[in-house]
Design a protein around this ligand. Structure first.
Ligand code: CA
Length: 221
């Protein structure tokens, strides 16, 4: 796997590159956003810092998405929730808060790699996360060997999340997909169904809330 690291800070960049190469991942560092816009075909995945000297990282991402679907993980400063949301809305696949823990980074990379594999291989409708089993075609959920009864909407929410584990799914996308039109009242309705779904699954760590954006199926209990 070849990863492009776009980071203007020399110290941060070399720490990232060293950590990736220590894990047998080929990493190429770029200090400027414009470099990524020409080099992107060389990479299987991109780590993109949002504070760059030549161009705002969000703008780099926006332009990249016009020409490429290469997976992108944005790197943001702590508490920069707005940038996270803007990054995800502009096509980032995931985000990490700096300084990124290497174990966390590798886990996110692995999640994206597996998702890409699943997308290319003919995938089964069964999703397994420890003792949580979701059958997307049979529309059943089993937790710890017990069948859990879900309403249609609860299952639709669950299906959207488990179909792309590790990926942030926006509330807007869920509302558009499940309710069709996003009426004002739907937003509250989504909360109600999500609360019910979480309580029925009974594994609080599985569904993470991303404030100001939506939800992520972590796959971790
Ligand atoms: Ca920076």
């Amino acid at each position: 796997m070849r990863i492009g690291v776009v980071e203007d800070d020399d110290g941060v960049a070399s720490a990232l590159v060293d950590a990736l190469e220590a894990n047998r991942i080929t990493a190429h560092r770029m200090a400027r956003g414009t470099e990524l816009l020409t080099r992107h075909p060389d990479f299987d995945l991109v780590l993109l810092d949002l504070g760059l000297p030549d161009m705002d990282g969000i703008e780099v991402l926006r332009r990249l998405r016009q020409v490429s679907a290469v997976p992108v993980i944005v790197l943001t400063a702590r508490d920069d929730e707005r940038s996270v949301v803007r990054g995800l809305r502009n096509g980032a696949d995931d985000y990490l808060v700096k300084p990124a823990r290497i174990t966390e980074l590798l886990a996110r990379i692995e999640a994206i790699r597996r998702r890409a594999q699943r997308a290319s291989a003919s995938s089964t409708d069964l999703r397994e996360f420890g003792d949580v089993l979701v059958d997307l075609s049979g529309r059943t959920l089993e937790v710890g060997g017990e069948q859990i009864q879900l309403t249609t909407k609860e299952f639709q929410l669950l299906a959207m999340l488990v179909d792309s584990p590790g990926t942030a799914v926006s509330r807007q996308h869920m509302m558009d997909h499940i309710w069709g039109d996003a009426f004002v009242t739907v937003s509250r309705s989504l909360d109600v169904h999500m609360t019910a779904l979480r309580s029925k699954i009974g594994r609080p760590g599985l569904i993470e809330t991303i404030r100001g954006f939506g939800y992520r199926w972590t796959g971790e209990q």
